[in-house]
Design a protein around this ligand. Structure first.
Ligand code: AMP
Ligand code: MG
Length: 330
């Protein structure tokens, strides 16, 4: 199959709509990462998403709809969810509701809940409108690889497996949406993102982080390996920079080509060594983390991560991805 990358215009949207109606897959931009979309009401189309990504079939998908869509068609909306919708949607917040069972059961892997997201990206909204059906979509990468934030990243992973990638430029947010369970009395963060704990608490009155060790897994995606670059990795806390530097030097001696990924403050202490700095503010760290991982794996075979420190709670989400990408061990 030939994979076309196209700007978002009348012609490409007509093609996207035709592909979706016929049960095919279309990659599209959002403000977080690129998504791999299919008709959420079509079992075969949803199955094709899992197949193209090599995604485990028990890791559920998020349904995407445009801003004017009435979400109560699909799910039971609670009072706190309504407040959060008014405050933060469209935007990088996915809410998990009790499902009305209107989409394919494969979307939620048989769970009685459904995750719904309303992206703020203009191109995403145009695609979702053209599609005319709720769109099930995970991130548009090969399962376990680094999430894509450009059309080119999607192409690198999925060329030959999907017919169309809608190109909406670089995703400005940089990390996936916050996933929030709103089925209970207290909203529970299943995955951290750009809509933070404090932002949710300010609107809903209460908020909790999921405790992944007790009880059944509430966000099935959390149990899988994620965001892995195609290189050896190592990870160090900020106060162990000296050890990170010896690791770099010993890697050079072993004939490897090492590179650091870090923030500006750490980069300033790495004279004479190769590094990619993600910047200094939390927004910069989030926006640059996936591009840096994809860049580093192309040119180097050993990536050394040093813990990142920005200026806000967004760091919880960025660090969650970064530590997983780096193998999570010091
Ligand atoms: P992604 O591959 O980045 O699109 O990941 C989607 C995330 O949303 C995964 O972590 C899923 O486990 C989570 N998710 C989707 N649907 C549900 C659901 N019904 N209940 C809990 N988590 C969900
Ligand atoms: Mg993903």
């Amino acid at each position: 199959m030939q994979t076309v990358i196209s700007d978002i215009n009348e012609e490409s949207l007509a093609l996207a709509s035709k592909i979706i109606r016929e049960g095919g897959l279309v990659a599209f931009p959002t403000e977080t990462v690129y998504g791999l979309g299919a008709d959420a009401t079509n079992d075969d189309a949803v199955r094709a998403i899992y197949a193209a990504k090599g995604r485990p079939s028990d890791n559920p998908l998020i349904v995407h709809v445009p801003p004017e869509y009435d979400v109560s068609n699909l799910v039971y909306i609670t009072e706190s969810a309504l407040k959060l919708t008014k405050a933060y949607l469209p935007g990088p917040l996915t809410m998990v509701y009790k499902s009305k069972g209107k989409v394919s059961p494969l979307v939620s892997c048989g769970l009685d809940t459904l995750a719904v997201r309303v992206p703020a990206h203009r191109g995403a909204a145009r695609f979702l409108r053209a599609a005319g059906v709720p769109i099930a979509a995970p991130s548009a990468n090969v399962s376990k690889h680094v999430s894509p934030v450009t059309a080119r990243h999607v192409y690198d992973d999925l060329a030959g497996k999907i017919p169309l990638i809608l190109d909406g430029g670089s995703s400005c947010g940089g990390i996936e949406s916050t996933v929030l369970d709103v089925t209970g009395e207290v909203p529970v963060i299943l995955r951290s993102g750009l809509v933070t704990f404090d932002m949710i608490k300010a609107v809903a009155g209460r908020c909790e982080y999921v405790h992944s060790t007790d009880g059944p897994v509430r966000s099935p995606g959390m149990k899988y390996k994620h965001y892995s670059p195609r290189a050896e990795t190592a990870y160090f806390e900020r106060d162990r920079l000296a050890e990170a530097v010896s690791e770099y030097k010993s890697a050079l001696n072993r004939g490897l080509s090492p590179i650091f990924i870090c923030d500006d403050k750490i980069a300033a202490q790495l004279e004479g060594m190769e590094y990619i700095s993600l910047g200094s503010t939390s927004e910069q760290l989030a926006a640059n983390v996936y591009t840096a991982l994809r860049q580093a794996e192309k040119t180097h075979n050993f990536i050394i991560g040093v813990a990142l420190k920005g200026d806000s709670q967004v760091d919880v989400g960025v660090m969650n991805r970064f530590v997983k990408a780096m193998g999570g061990k010091t």
